[in-house]
Design a protein around this ligand. Sequence first.
Ligand SMILES: [Cu+2]
Length: 251
Amino acid sequence: MKFKLGFASALVLVSSLASMASAHTFLRTLTIDGKQTEVGQCIEPYHGPDKTSGVKDPASDDMTCGFPGSSKDADLCPVEPGSEVRAEFRNYDNEEEADGKFNMAIDESHQGPCFAYMAPLESGGKGDVWFKIFEDGYSSGSWCVNKIRFSMGFMNITIPEDILPGDYLLRTEVIGLQEAMYEYEEGQKKGAQYFINCAHITVSGSGTAVPQGYAIPGIYKQDEPSILFDLDKDDATKYVAPGPALYLVKC
Ligand SMILES: [Cu+2]
């Protein structure tokens, strides 16, 4: 009897691990000043529901815009400076596949900070070009990932009102810390899962600011305290978000 029970729970564990492995998250649409884009529009590369897993090595080139994906649409979405862009995250393409609405955006096992960065489009994301325009680690009693989950998948980003007009990459990043302190067989810590996507936008206006940029990969280290964070033991209220300082509008 004892053996049977153990075997049954082992099966449950295996199947839940398998579903966790496929249930991460991807950027699906943008809502710009209240108007939602088509699925995948202006998102390039578009990962879609088939490629939702996170980048594991913060030194990998996949940190720039995530894993290579399809060219869903090479559109540039126009955005006015100072306006709000809502990024919509999903781990499935439709509600039926999700295990209840609560898990539609990202599985509840995932917790961590989230960010948005921008870089001039012509850079292709290479070089010291990325500046951080949004960050939320742990605030108001909640991890940013939880806020995305509870809002059914949305993260609100304000485009700086003073930046130079032009074409930009808008990079969204959701970080899962849930297995950061687990170890591979060789003993190294597993670290974070980085869910990264890029959108193409055209910023209008008459701003002149060119924020200081940083290279991605390069902004995070595998062994820094904000990546090797223990969700069970460390104090979330003292969490310091990783990466460069947030760009603050000067006007
Ligand atoms: Cu995951």
